[in-house]
Design a protein around this ligand. Structure first.
Ligand SMILES: Cc1cc2nc3c(=O)[nH]c(=O)nc-3n(C[C@H](O)[C@H](O)[C@H](O)COP(=O)(O)O)c2cc1C
Length: 336
């Protein structure tokens, strides 16, 4: 097996440049432990642990897991650094106290996370979908970018990877870029490396894993979804988010209504309406992942079209690594 180590691996001490991406309501401790023991980076959203004491407890559990073993993977936390995340300050304080080794920041201004993590040697990668935000993060001292490209699960960016990654590399040659969006096999990973990415961040592939505590209906819907079955909806958080186009999604439509749009834009109502919309969206998603729920609004990216089975995280990660190796070896034969 070829050694695929990159600058991202050097910065974070991992063996293989892959992130098991943070996924609201999906990522859990068992999945992150699998990432750690398989030499990759496992990241979970702090918002998956909203009850008092939960975040601290999972962080100390992961610290124990990693320190008692010779694993070559690592773990990190995803923080939504936006005013609408009412738990942000509290979660940041807990993460810094526990000296979380790696962070992914989404939205907003990552200044406090970068300063706090750098004080003990932690690394911070910032989600970026455009150059304006990338420039801000670079100025603040981000250690790397997660290029959230079109087709990604969650809040996908507008740009294709083939453009966003080279453009980021050109303007910031010293900042490693991890590609997120549309990767669910080794060929996709090799494509990311060929564009100049120092790693890949994979979400949707890991929804259909044995460890994810979401309903079998949701996992099966990912296995069955084709490339045209993923749509962007504003009905969850106000910001377009990729979901499987189920009958329920078709019934409620993809756009906010006129009143919602106005409340979302108006200077006095914007902040509170956004918080309300996001809380409502979280509630909808939490219900939808339960077995037998008929309000099936399931978040997933276009890479669903590449997923045809559910398996344990150990198996999925081993498969992704070996496929990358095969794709690398096969590439030469293309040009004979
Ligand atoms: C169900 C789901 C939930 C997600 N939740 C979050 C989140 O809480 N925070 C975040 O930064 N990204 C979130 N994402 C985006 C992922 O971290 C990652 O960028 C994306 O899944 C990569 O694209 P892929 O799904 O095509 O692999 C989510 C994605 C999915 C599919």
């Amino acid at each position: 097996m070829k050694n695929f180590k990159t600058q991202f691996c050097e910065q974070t001490g991992i063996d293989f440049p892959m992130i098991m991406a943070p996924m609201f309501l999906v990522s859990n401790e068992a999945m992150i432990k699998a990432a750690i023991r398989n030499g990759i980076m496992g990241v979970f959203p702090s918002l998956n642990y909203r009850n008092e004491g939960e975040l601290k407890s999972v962080l100390s559990e992961l610290k124990k897991y990693i320190s008692g073993n010779k694993y070559t993977g690592n773990y990190g936390v995803n923080l939504i650094v936006q005013q609408t995340n009412v738990l942000y300050k509290k979660h940041l304080a807990i993460c810094l106290e526990e000296q979380v080794p790696f962070f992914i920041t989404s939205l907003g201004n990552p200044k406090e996370v970068i300063e706090g993590a750098h004080a003990y040697g932690g690394k911070v990668y910032c989600d970026v979908t455009n150059m304006e935000h990338a420039r801000k993060c670079a100025t603040l001292g981000a250690d790397g970018f997660i290029a959230v490209c079109s087709g990604a699960g969650g809040h996908a960016g507008p740009h294709p990877a083939t453009v966003l990654i080279p453009v980021l590399r050109k303007e910031f040659p010293n900042i490693p870029v991890v590609m997120a969006g549309g990767i669910a096999d080794g060929q996709g990973m090799l494509a990311a490396f060929s564009l100049g990415a120092a790693g890949v961040s994979i979400g949707t592939r890991f929804i259909a894993c044995d460890e994810a505590a979401v309903s079998d209906e949701y996992k099966q819907a990912i296995i069955e979804a084709g490339i045209d079955d993923i749509v962007m909806t504003e009905r969850l958080s106000g910001t377009p988010c990729s979901v499987i186009n189920t009958d329920y999604v078709k019934r409620i439509g993809l756009k906010q209504n006129l009143v919602e749009k106005w409340l979302n834009k108006n200077a006095t109502t914007r902040k509170w309406f956004k918080i309300l919309t996001q809380l409502r969206g979280m509630k909808k998603l939490s219900k939808a992942i339960q077995p037998g729920n008929y309000q099936s609004i399931w978040s997933a990216g276009q890479s669903s079209a590449l997923i045809s089975s559910s398996a344990s995280c150990d198996v999925i990660i081993a498969q992704l690594k070996s496929e990358t190796n095969t794709a690398f070896e096969k590439l030469h034969t293309l040009f004979n």
